[in-house]
Write a protein that binds this ligand. Structure first.
Ligand SMILES: NC(=O)c1ccc[n+]([C@@H]2O[C@H](COP(=O)([O-])OP(=O)(O)OC[C@H]3O[C@@H](n4cnc5c(N)ncnc54)[C@H](O)[C@@H]3O)[C@@H](O)[C@H]2O)c1
Length: 253
């Protein structure tokens, strides 16, 4: 059975990706630091008749991602696609960020992507599989107040192209999706942290969305559709691509 690993599957975009892939008939391993959240997703999807498991995984821990890959291999004997999606927002401009903040942002968003890729690529080679990263529009353009997160997502963009170049001849395609503002716990907490009260929060949301040609939030499901496209043979002649899914922000602003 075609098998997908989705990191960060306990919430937001990862959760939507897990559901979409399960609906496509794949076995899905939901990997998340928040094992309770991943288990809820796996239980919900299993109850609907899909083949889904959950595993606690810390993508910043080499042994943990090795366990994740080993679990998938024990379960179905193959890994066809991995969606390296887990990430975390760390706010701050360069003068307000501590070195710890910087290291944390790079560790979760960039090193975590690197460790995930390194754990699954030997198995993806066996299936001529695919690897899809969740980058961000913030890794492609400047945005106020997210210096470390932006640098880390820039690293994910570069890693996508590099791995695509290194693995094309071995049959593995590597692409990334670069979402704009998607309504998830991550984006919600980002804007709540900046606002003193509910009115300020709502004003901030309106201000952010006002910059988008398609003036609304993206949904996790809209990102999941593009991830599915990049992960399957529908995109068979694409590799090394960073695909913005952003309501037109990058091209039309
Ligand atoms: N929401 C947005 O607007 C947006 C925009 C662009 C990019 N992204 C990216 O999309 C991805 C998913 O974001 P989301 O909005 O769904 O966030 P979310 O906070 O809803 O979900 C992220 C999940 O990742 C998990 N996670 C965090 N650290 C982890 C670790 N070390 N190991 C394993 N799992 C870990 C969390 O437990 C959580 O379940 C992230 O990489 C994020 O940077 C989000």
């Amino acid at each position: 059975m075609r098998t997908a690993i989705v990191t960060g599957a306990g919430s937001g975009i990862g959760r939507a990706v897990a559901a979409r892939f399960a609906a496509e008939g794949m076995a899905v391993l939901c990997a998340d630091l928040n094992d309770a959240a991943a288990q809820v997703v796996a239980d919900d999807l299993s109850a609907a008749g899909h083949h889904v498991r959950a595993i606690r995984t810390d993508i910043t821990d080499e042994a943990s991602v090795a366990d994740m890959a080993a679990f998938a291999m024990d379960w179905t004997g193959r890994i066809d696609t991995c969606i390296a999606n887990a990430g975390a927002m760390i706010e701050g401009d360069i003068l307000s960020l501590s070195l710890d903040d910087w290291n944390h942002a790079l560790m979760v968003n960039a090193t975590g992507a690197f460790l995930t890729a390194r754990a699954v690529l030997p198995h993806l080679v066996m299936q001529a599989g695919t690897l899809v990263f969740t980058a961000s529009t913030v890794g492609l353009l400047g945005m106020k107040g997210v210096a470390a997160y932006s640098a880390a997502k820039g690293a994910v963009v570069a890693l996508t192209r590099q791995l695509a170049a290194d693995f094309a001849a071995r049959g593995v395609r590597v692409n990334a999706v670069a979402p704009g503002a998607v309504r998830t716990p991550l984006s919600e907490s980002q804007f709540r942290a900046r606002a003193a009260d509910e009115a300020e929060f709502q004003a901030l949301l309106a201000q952010v969305i006002g910059r988008y040609p398609i003036a609304r939030w993206g949904t996790p499901q809209e990102i999941a559709e593009v991830v599915l496209f990049l992960a399957t043979e529908r995109s068979a002649w694409m590799t090394g691509q960073i695909i913005p899914v952003d309501g037109g922000l990058l091209q039309l602003r």
